[in-house]
Design a protein around this ligand. Structure first.
Ligand SMILES: CC(=O)[C@@H](O)[C@H](O)COP(=O)(O)O
Ligand SMILES: NCC(=O)COP(=O)(O)O
Length: 239
C-alpha cells in the first residue's frame, strides 16, 4: 500500500497573511488540494500565528473530508485546547520552541518520557491518533513505543540534506529506525524537507511508511507546475 500524502498548507497561509486579506483563500486551497488527490491536510499553528491561525483550524475542521493532522507543541496550553476542541484525525507533537524558524529536532523520548507519557493520553482519550516527531535514532524509536504513542514521524531534514551527495548514506539511519518501529509495533510517518527529488527513493527504501507530510517544497513547486499538477506529481512519487 503506497504511503499517504498529507499536504502541509502552512505556506499558503504565509502568502495569505503577507497582505492582510484572504487571498489565497486557505480553506478553498485545502478543499482543492483534497480534490486534486491529497490524502490529508496538515497544519502547524505556531504560537505567533506566523502562518496558520488558530481560527483557520476551526474553519478547516468544518469542511475537510480527508484526514486533518494538527502539528504543534503541547507545552502550549492553547495548542492542547485547540486540538481537543477540533478533534482532528491525528495530532503530531513537535517539540518546537516559540522562536524557532522551523522545526529542527524531534523529542528525546528517553529524557522526556515522563512528560510524553502524561500528555499523550490526553489526546488518545479524546479519540485522536497521536504521532510524535522523532529523529531517526533506534533507541529513541524504542523509547517512543514505551511512551504510548500510536505513531512516530521521522524528522527527515538530515535525509534531505545528504540525499543529493550520497543517498545510500542519507537513508541508512531511517531504514534502521523504520525497522525498529515495525519491530515494536509503531506505525510510521515522515516529514520535513521532503521534495520531488528525494521523496520516491525514501518511500522505496521504507516499505512500512504509512504517511508523509509535505509542505514547503510542494507549495514552492506549485508556483511553477500548478497546484493540481504538483499534488499529483507528489502522489506519483509514492507509487
Ligand atoms: C514538523 C515539521 O517539520 C513541519 O511540519 C513544520 O510544520 C514546518 O513548519 P513551518 O512550515 O513553520 O516551517
Ligand atoms: N511534518 C512535516 C510537514 O508537515 C511539512 O514539512 P515541510 O515539507 O514543510 O518541510
Amino acid at each position: 500500500m503506497p504511503a499517504k500524502l498529507s499536504v502541509n498548507i502552512n505556506k499558503i497561509a504565509t502568502l495569505r497573511n503577507s497582505r492582510g486579506g484572504n487571498n489565497p483563500d486557505l480553506v478553498k486551497a485545502a478543499l482543492d488540494i483534497e480534490r486534486f488527490g491529497a490524502d490529508g491536510i496538515t497544519v502547524h499553528p505556531r504560537p505567533d500565528e506566523r502562518h496558520i491561525r488558530y481560527s483557520d483550524v476551526y474553519e478547516l475542521k468544518k469542511v475537510i473530508h480527508t484526514e486533518l493532522n494538527i502539528e504543534g507543541n503541547p507545552v502550549e496550553d492553547s495548542f492542547v485546547k485547540l486540538v481537543l476542541e477540533n478533534k482532528p484525525a491525528q495530532v503530531t507533537l513537535v517539540p518546537d520552541s516559540r522562536d524557532q524558524l522551523t522545526s529542527n529536532h524531534g523529542w528525546d523520548t528517553i529524557k522526556e518520557a515522563t512528560y510524553l507519557k502524561s500528555i499523550i493520553p490526553v489526546f488518545k482519550n479524546a479519540g485522536i491518533r497521536v504521532s510524535i516527531f522523532v529523529d531517526p535514532v533506534v533507541e529513541l524509536v524504542t523509547a517512543a513505543k514505551e511512551c504510548g504513542t500510536d505513531r512516530i514521524e521521522l524528522y527527515t531534514e538530515s535525509y534531505a540534506k545528504h540525499f543529493i551527495n550520497d543517498r545510500e548514506a542519507a537513508i541508512k539511519n531511517y531504514v534502521a529506525a523504520a525497522k525498529e518501529a515495525e519491530r515494536v509495533g509503531l506505525r510510521l510517518n515522515a516529514g520535513h524537507d521532503l521534495d520531488m527529488n528525494n521523496l520516491q527513493y525514501f518511500a522505496q527504501q521504507i516499505p512500512n511508511l504509512d504517511e508523509v507530510s509535505i509542505g514547503h517544497a510542494l507549495i514552492s513547486d506549485a508556483l511553477y507546475f500548478g497546484l493540481q499538477n504538483t499534488v499529483q506529481l507528489y502522489k506519483r512519487q509514492l507509487g
